[in-house]
Design a protein. Structure first.
Length: 275
């Protein structure tokens, strides 16, 4: 899902719909055209997409023999992935190289607080669920508040229920599914967010959360200047494999990590017998 632009500088998104259903030649031509138009391509997708989509992306990258395609599947719920993709689109208008921009996704993931209000946790396998919560899922009218990132949390919705939230100013995005609940609005107040906006539910959300009876929410940084300051405050280096400027400990384009250099073994002193 491509969220609407946050401001006029936000770069437009390209949505690769039905990638696993269209002929391979068509998908190959489309990706090649995108690379020729923009130079580099950062593909951000949810871990809940069908395996065929992920396999097709790796096949296309291999056939194009291109090191200008970065495939990034963050460990976030679908709404969090959509938010992260928009943050990268915001930063794409700044003076950041493609390697730094791709690596920024791994950095910004740590500042996203994502969860959902669920009508059942019986099929939830992304967050640890106890036996009591499983049993209560069968009680009509039960609702559960779940935080999937950055730390897993699960509570039964009630007057005193709450989740630990961010310790910095955020905006909250809410996507309503088939569950009638206003609890996410109460959570936004307890988290002291700057504001709350609504958006359609991502297509992968029911698969990720194990139910369509849900309201997904995501607290995030929305100010471009704050995002830019976070990224540029990290020391930049060159990937030893592809030479691209990167931040962090992994290049998202070639997946290379910095080499580990072992210190040389100390030289043994030659013992001489005095004459």
């Amino acid at each position: 899902m491509a969220l609407p632009a946050q401001d006029r500088r936000t770069m437009p998104a390209v949505v690769l719909n039905d990638l696993d259903h269209q002929p391979l030649e068509h998908a190959l031509t489309r990706l090649h055209t995108l690379i020729e138009q923009h130079g580099h391509l950062i593909v951000v997708c949810s871990t809940a997409v069908p395996v065929a989509v992920t396999r097709r992306l790796h096949t296309l990258r291999s056939l194009l023999e291109s090191d200008r395609i970065a495939l990034f599947q963050p460990d976030l719920p679908p709404l969090g992935v959509a938010v992260l993709a928009r943050q990268l689109r915001q930063l794409a208008s700044c003076d950041l190289g493609p390697g730094v921009l791709a690596c920024a996704g791994r950095l910004l993931t740590h500042y996203i607080h994502a969860g959902a209000v669920l009508g059942s946790v019986a099929r939830l396998d992304r967050v640890p669920v106890g036996l009591k919560a499983h049993a209560r899922s069968w009680v009509p009218g039960s609702q559960f508040a779940v935080a999937a990132h950055p730390q897993p949390q699960l509570v039964r919705v009630g007057p005193e229920a709450t989740l630990d939230g961010p310790e910095f100013g955020t905006w909250m995005l809410v996507a309503k599914g088939q569950l009638p609940s206003d609890w996410a609005g109460s959570l936004a107040k307890s988290w002291n967010v700057h504001g709350l906006r609504e958006t359609p539910l991502p297509a992968e959300s029911p698969q990720w959360w194990g139910t369509g009876r849900m309201v997904e929410f995501c607290a995030h940084l929305a100010d471009l200047s704050v995002l830019y300051q976070l990224v540029t405050s990290v020391r930049k280096g060159a990937c030893h494999w592809c030479g691209m400027d990167v931040i962090g400990d992994r290049c998202v384009f070639c997946s290379a990590t910095p080499p580990v250099y072992e210190p040389p073994a100390p030289l043994a002193l030659e013992q001489r017998t005095p004459a």
